[in-house]
Design a protein around this ligand. Structure first.
Ligand code: ZN
Length: 270
């Protein structure tokens, strides 16, 4: 189970072929191949960052058509760095896709059992993809440092369990996000994270102190630990290990660029 890059004149994104074989399309976009002008050049997929809405709409259509989907298949949420998770069904299809006014309000995690496609937007934060094959539940979560320390991973698994899914068989994929090479945080974030991580011996894999009160944080590793605490098997987690801040030609990075575009995470059942 691994992320794989697809590059062609019409496509430039990452997918998980093993999930595809099991009927689940999971995609993470790059910044390549869109209509937007700097600082959003060029495949910016989010309305809220100040880009020309017509360009964003064109980019979304172009991105989705690259793997056979349209705006009417998908739902997008207004992400607020919170931990609210919602179960979505076909009645919500199209919300947040042509305009941000209709996005699901205040929601950073979405799950579905049917063929509704889910989309979230990222520039450094951690995209978490969920697929529980037995129940057929799929989901997406947006985990920046706030979502991580407030444990959106647990909220997702609580909702998956409530809907009949089993953490023991649940697969999780972690998409490109800012790496420990480029991400520094202060004591406030560190102390919140320490409260959530039960096994203190795993802390050095997540945090490295390099100055007084300053640490590098590996957000993907923190989410892996928090996911395994909730019953996900380590071998069922796949990580892209691509830093959005290091790879400026491929990805937007909020830390690196400030005003910039957003990539999209996408998941859908066929
Ligand atoms: Zn980096």
């Amino acid at each position: 189970m691994q992320w794989q890059r697809t590059v062609s004149p019409e496509q430039n994104f990452l997918t998980i072929p093993e999930w595809e074989e099991q009927g689940v399309t999971a995609v993470f976009s790059t910044r390549i191949g869109g209509l937007s002008k700097p600082p959003y050049a060029s495949l910016n997929l989010a309305f809220h960052v100040g880009d020309n809405p017509g360009d964003v709409l064109g980019n979304r259509k172009r991105f989705l058509s690259g793997f056979g989907y349209s705006l009417e298949d998908c739902v997008a949420a207004e992400q607020v760095h919170g931990t609210q998770v919602r179960f979505i069904n076909e009645a919500s299809k199209g919300l947040g896709m042509s305009t941000m006014e209709t996005a699901l309000p205040g929601c950073d995690g979405m799950l579905t059992c049917d063929n509704t496609a889910l989309m979230c937007f990222f520039a450094d934060c951690v995209p978490l993809y969920f697929f529980e094959p037995n129940s057929g539940i799929i989901g997406l979560a947006h985990a920046g440092w706030r979502g991580t320390v407030h444990h959106i991973a647990r909220e997702m698994l609580t909702s998956i369990k409530k809907a009949g899914g089993d953490p023991d068989t649940c697969l999780v994929a972690i998409g490109p996000c800012i790496g420990p090479c480029c991400y520094t945080v202060g004591e406030n974030v560190v102390s919140l994270l320490k409260e959530e991580i039960n096994d203190r011996s795993s802390l050095p894999t997540v945090l490295t102190e390099y100055g007084q009160g300053t640490y590098t944080l590996d957000l993907a590793a923190a989410n892996r630990i928090l996911l395994t605490q909730e019953g996900i098997r380590p071998e069922n987690i796949t990580t892209a290990y691509l830093c959005t801040s290091c790879h400026s030609e491929d990805f937007f990075s909020y830390r690196r660029e400030g005003i910039t575009g957003r990539m999209a995470a996408f998941i859908a059942k066929k």
